[in-house]
Design a protein. Structure first.
Length: 428
């Protein structure tokens, strides 16, 4: 390698985004995922035993899927090959398989093939990998933001471990900010002050995504003027360096089904605040209002039925009304039926707070493999006489209230009915 090549590499490293410059190279630098890499946990054990098996990393963006795959490669002295399923085909896979074969033949070295967005491969592309995964020609590590039990062939997934990577906690994100300022070769040469309110805003808007946080931080720092040799980052700097926070889920992915499941289960459990919260989350995610209204019709018939025949009438009328008026007014009609109109309060809360995962017990379980991801037990209210005490909101939001009923007319009667149900449970 000549001086010109060294200079080119050096310039590329300096111009790389902060998220790339700060990519962890060891488990000790890796933030989050303690359920997988902590002492005695499965991936930590695999690395210590030098026994790495094919696996899928499943989770939202910016949680460290690529970084963890590279760390595994470095710690086990395996060759590392990487492709993106978005821009690759069978011919690319053939080249990578040949590299893996050569590494085994000439260097007695195993190869990790990391495939980003593996769910984007079609069936034939996934099937091509099967024999090489099975005979250990290569160790396949796939990364996906989609539920692999929906998107990856059963034959392939049966030969792999599936690990769920979770959004980074607020504490991890705060530590990441400190690491960026103290460890990055460029930022550590500057005198940078981040005000507490700015830090909180950055963490909130990053939504557990380390890449989004570091990108916003870098924009804020380099777009702020130095005053007396110091860069002070305030709340407004962060707000002007981030994209609007949105409720996170893909309408075709498992988060769509998890949120819908939590919405229905919250209504079934007579938790008005939780039902409004998940309704707001669906609306903010751009969910089709007809889909929501249809689910409410099914709920009225299946769960309420003849206990209150008027519920079905209201749900059907809700479908017709939302179809007629459209958004944004449709939110009021949907909110009215959910409470039987605090929907604006719930929407405002969703907009201005970090998105949280649907509690495990409320997630969708209507697919093979769900038992590997959903561990907590859901208590079915109809098995307990129609009501059972359990929390429906994410743990961080328990106690939030979006519905304040007027103590007149039907609202008064409804609240009295709910209180009577809950009082009866407590008295038992």
């Amino acid at each position: 390698m000549d001086l010109f090549e060294l200079n080119r590499i050096n310039q590329l490293e300096k111009s790389a985004p902060l998220a790339d410059r700060l990519r962890p190279k060891d488990l000790s630098d890796y933030l989050g995922q303690n359920h997988l890499i902590g002492d005695g946990k499965i991936i930590n054990r695999m690395i210590k035993a030098d026994r790495i098996y094919s696996m899928i990393f499943y989770g939202p963006p910016g949680v460290g899927k690529t970084s963890l795959a590279k760390i595994i490669s470095q710690k086990t002295n395996m060759a590392f090959e990487e492709i993106s399923a978005v821009a690759s085909g069978i011919s690319d896979l053939k080249k990578k398989v040949q590299i893996a074969k050569d590494n085994l033949s000439f260097e007695n070295k195993k190869t990790i093939l990391f495939i980003d967005e593996i769910h984007r491969f079609n069936k034939s592309q996934q099937d091509y990998l099967l024999p090489y995964v099975e005979d250990s020609t290569l160790i396949l590590i796939g990364a996906t933001t989609e539920n692999p039990y929906f998107e990856v062939n059963k034959a392939l997934i049966s030969r792999m471990y599936v690990f769920e990577l979770k959004s980074l906690s607020d504490r991890d994100l705060s530590r990441l900010i400190d690491l960026a300022l103290s460890k990055d070769e460029i930022l550590k040469t500057k005198d940078i002050i981040i005000e507490d309110e700015a830090r909180d805003t950055l963490i909130k808007y990053s939504n557990g995504d380390s890449r989004a946080l570091l990108n916003a931080l870098e924009i804020a720092i380099f777009s702020e003027d130095e005053i007396d040799g110091r860069i002070v980052i305030g709340k407004s700097s962060i707000e002007n360096s981030t994209q609007k926070k949105i409720a996170v889920y893909d309408k075709n992915g498992d988060r769509h089904y998890d949120t819908t499941s939590a919405f229905i289960k919250s209504m079934r459990g007579s938790d008005i605040d939780a039902a409004l919260f998940y309704l707001a989350k669906m609306l903010e995610s751009g969910e089709d209002i007809k889909f929501i209204a249809r689910r409410m019709i099914i709920f009225a018939s299946e769960d309420i039925s003849n206990a209150d025949p008027n519920a079905l009438v209201m749900a059907v009328n809700c479908f017709k009304a939302t179809d007629t008026v459209g958004m944004p007014e449709a939110r009021i009609i949907l909110g009215q039926v959910v409470t039987y109109l605090a929907i604006d309060k719930a929407i405002d809360f969703v907009k201005n707070n970090k998105d949280r995962e649907v509690p495990n017990k409320l997630k969708d379980t209507h697919y093979k493999g769900s038992a590997n991801l959903v561990k907590d037990e859901y208590l079915y209210p109809h098995a307990y006489g129609g009501y059972v005490e359990q929390d429906y909101l994410p743990d961080e939001f328990i106690g939030e209230s979006f519905y304040e009923a007027k103590k007149v007319g039907y609202e008064k009667e409804m609240i009295e009915r709910l209180e009577k149900i809950k009082r009866g449970i407590n008295e038992d």
